[in-house]
Design a protein around this ligand. Structure first.
Ligand code: FES
Ligand code: FES
Length: 164
């Protein structure tokens, strides 16, 4: 089936089997291997991408379901060779060990970052509760999320500039 998608702002058209998973489409058809596949049945969250701005599990969606829709993968985060604020914070706070879960963590947090919502640690834990980290470095991941979300909220707060 002809499938047209916009991924990270770029348009693609491919003829795909109706049964092809979105995760396989991204990795094998488009070569976007940043989206990791762990459990392949919607449990670990490592394959999370944004579909029209909302996080989805790409291992439980079909590529054809995304026809004419907009996707964002982890490759869409860095811009002009500059890391995204979430990536910066994960690096600064040692929020990754092997890095396998990291793309999914970042994409799960991205809509919250974009909305400039400041979350407390309990809310951050709740937000990433669908993402498993096999290295179990959750404390640093929470610290990274707190840092990034706090900075995004500060930037969105018009009072911050006048206070600075
Ligand atoms: S690979 Fe999709 S949720 Fe685990
Ligand atoms: S950093 Fe290794 S799985 Fe999370």
């Amino acid at each position: 089936m002809k499938t047209r998608v916009t991924v990270n702002g770029e348009g693609y058209e491919r003829d795909v089997e109706p049964r092809m998973l979105l995760s396989d489409f991204l990795r094998h058809e488009l070569g976007l291997t940043g989206t990791n596949v762990g459990c392949e049945h919607g449990v670990c969250g490592s394959c999370t991408v944004l579909l029209d701005g909302e996080p989805v599990r790409s291992c439980t969606m079909l590529a054809v379901q995304c026809d004419s829709r907009r996707l964002t993968t982890v490759e869409g985060l860095a811009c002009d060779e500059k890391l995204h604020g979430l990536q910066d914070a994960f690096s600064a706070c040692h929020g990754l060990q092997c890095g396998f879960c990291t793309p999914g963590m970042l994409m799960t947090l991205l809509p919250i970052y974009n909305e400039a919502r400041r979350l407390n640690d309990d809310e951050i834990r709740e937000a990433i509760s669908g993402n498993l980290c096999r290295c179990t470095g959750y404390q640093q991941i929470v610290e990274a999320a707190r840092k990034a979300l706090g900075e995004a909220a500060d930037m969105a707060d018009p009072c911050v500039e006048s206070r600075a």
